[in-house]
Write a protein that binds this ligand. Structure first.
Ligand SMILES: Nc1ncnc2c1ncn2[C@@H]1O[C@H](COP(=O)(O)OP(=O)(O)OP(=O)(O)O)[C@@H](O)[C@H]1O
Ligand SMILES: [Mg+2]
Length: 246
């Protein structure tokens, strides 16, 4: 590996320590009042917000390291249940965009309940009950990263509705993320997978994007031996479909 890359990865890696200290400190203040003293409502809110965002940085740091690992071609397979995979990915996403919903997702007992919670937020989940309970052998961190990036984009660019469909076809896991937003004109279908490319640079969202998400998704999908398809046109929403060998 290039020396400069190793040094950058090490810098990112070393952010993990201090971040863990911050996270533990805030969690203690919030959860161990008998030891650390009472909090006013405003203090509690501020701390909760700080904790939430510390977790966001932690997950970003993990993402950077995970991408590095992927570049080296390391795939770490693990048996896991679809239900856990999907639920955890959704909690991570809603922690970033809507914390109340992420709390609700955590306590969902089954697929119908989860569906209902998501529907309230305009996110439709299409998946068979039988698959939901099934175990698969996958690289969990990578799949979660892919899902997170596609879903966050869809939630960002939709008008009102996002559809997540998960299916198993023969020896492939196929999932798609579809939104009803402005869509992507055909001339950009290659470009959007290039690092730092964004169609609309006057990004008005609170957390500014960098045009890196889809470039990363493409690398992860390729590393797992999968394929990524995009169906979209101007004014017609966008559908990203990922097909991974199991
Ligand atoms: N679902 C979508 N609908 C419309 N345009 C999209 C969609 N997803 C991605 N794009 C376009 O592709 C560009 C690249 O997406 P990508 O996820 O790589 O970057 P980003 O979301 O802008 O920033 P980042 O993911 O780095 O935070 C976006 O800036 C946007 O112009
Ligand atoms: Mg993105």
């Amino acid at each position: 590996m290039h020396r400069k890359r190793i040094k950058t990865d090490l810098l990112v890696h070393d952010l993990k320590g201090p971040l863990a200290v911050i996270e533990t400190g805030i969690t203690s203040l919030l959860q161990r009042r008998e030891k650390y003293g009472p909090l006013t409502e405003k203090q509690e809110q501020a701390l909760a917000r700080t904790l939430r965002n510390t977790k966001v940085i932690q997950s970003l740091v993990n993402d950077i390291l995970e991408l590095g690992r992927s570049r080296e071609g390391v795939v770490s397979l693990k048996n896991l249940k679809f239900s856990d995979l999907i639920e955890q990915a959704l909690v991570e996403i809603f922690d970033l965009v809507d914390r109340n919903t992420s709390e609700k997702i955590k306590i969902c007992a089954d697929l119908p309940q989860l569906r209902e919670t998501l529907e309230e937020k305009g996110l439709m989940l299409f998946m068979e009950e039988a698959l939901w309970c099934q175990e698969v052998c996958l690289d969990e961190a990578k799949i979660r990263q892919i899902l997170r990036n596609l879903l966050i984009n869809a939630l960002k660019y939709r008008k009102s509705r996002v559809e997540l469909e998960v299916d198993k076809k023969d020896v492939y896991l196929v999932f798609s993320v579809k939104d009803d937003g402005e869509g992507i004109p055909a001339i950009y279908h290659k470009k959007i997978f290039e690092s730092y490319f964004q169609m609309d640079v006057t990004d008005s969202y609170t957390v500014r994007g960098h045009g890196l998400g889809l470039a990363g998704v493409m690398i992860l999908v390729e590393d797992m031996g999968g394929e990524l398809f995009l169906e979209s046109d101007k004014g017609k929403g966008a559908k990203f479909l990922v097909k991974l060998p199991l």
